[in-house]
Design a binder for this molecule. Structure first.
Ligand SMILES: NC(=O)c1ccc[n+]([C@@H]2O[C@H](COP(=O)([O-])OP(=O)(O)OC[C@H]3O[C@@H](n4cnc5c(N)ncnc54)[C@H](OP(=O)(O)O)[C@@H]3O)[C@@H](O)[C@H]2O)c1
Length: 244
């Protein structure tokens, strides 16, 4: 994929799951340098490739984000992948999980977008890829706080897409369905693995598609929503009431 060839790319949450798979897929597709960032460098896998520059980064920490923006000021492609999912519905339980998901998924990613927008504008033509979720279209009540944080992020992503469009920075939103990572540990759903998902994401970016749904389950949900938003709501209602 020519679009990634020799590019300088920063990936958040690169130590596991989709982030790790994106790093591997980017290495296999000619990336020039990858800033692989994660909260705890001891947890970073060995990519065994000298194009990797490991960086410690918690996206909720404004000081760390500012430091990374200096250290990685040659970034041409930013992949905002880091995220958390705290199970819980709206009406019961501690609201701390909802607050955490908002802090990481929404405000953390906003910190990254703000810090890196000037860098991407300087290094244009540039790309920002936000890993969001199929839950932006309709919430599953058992992960309501997560769904709300991702819906907020999707809105912010679309806003930034408009802001940066005239600055030669293209903003992509990736809205996967369920992928087989730690985030879905314990689920017996039939899910695609993160490696194949990462390749699909990169192929879709290369094809110029701005809103990307990389997996079959997610595409089915999106098609239902496109036909009639209540159809996706019904799918989630059925899932929720079976779960209960
Ligand atoms: N798996 C799915 O079904 C699915 C579906 C739709 C969207 N997504 C999205 O895809 C992205 C990747 O998720 P995943 O499935 O790969 O989950 P995962 O395996 O749980 O990985 C989450 C990653 O985010 C990192 N992270 C969490 N909080 C962070 C913070 N404050 N600062 C920096 N990094 C942080 C984690 O680091 P630590 O190891 O330090 O915790 C980890 O590297 C997330 O944004 C998620 O919402 C996933």
């Amino acid at each position: 994929m020519q679009i990634f060839k020799d590019k300088v790319i920063l990936v958040t949450g690169a130590n596991r799951g989709i982030g790790k798979s994106l790093v591997t897929a980017l290495l296999n597709n000619g990336a020039g340098k990858i800033y692989a960032s994660c909260r705890d460098l001891k947890k970073m896998p060995v990519f065994a490739d000298d194009r990797i520059v490991p960086l410690q980064l918690d996206i909720t920490d404004i000081k760390q984000v500012a430091r990374i923006a200096v250290a990685a000021s040659d970034t041409e492609i930013l992949i905002n992948n880091a995220g958390t999912l705290s199970p819980g519905n709206i009406l019961q339980g501690e609201p701390s999980g909802m607050e955490k998901d908002l802090e990481v998924n929404y405000f953390g990613t906003i910190k990254m977008m703000r810090a890196f927008a000037p860098i991407l504008m300087k290094n244009k033509p540039a790309i920002m890829i936000n890993i969001v979720s199929i839950a932006v279209y309709s919430p599953l009540p058992s992960i309501a706080g997560y769904a709300a944080s991702k819906a907020a992020l999707y809105s912010a992503t679309q806003s930034v897409r408009i802001e940066l469009a005239k600055k030669d920075v293209t903003v992509y939103a990736v809205n996967p369905g369920a992928i087989d990572t730690d985030m879905n540990k314990g689920s017996d759903w039939d899910m695609p693995d993160p490696d194949s998902t990462a390749i699909k994401i990169l192929e879709s970016v290369a094809s110029g598609k701005l809103d990307i749904i990389p997996d079959v389950m997610g595409q089915g949900m999106y098609t239902a929503w496109r036909e009639e938003p209540m159809k996706l709501s019904k799918i989630f209602s059925d899932l929720y009431h079976v779960e209960k």
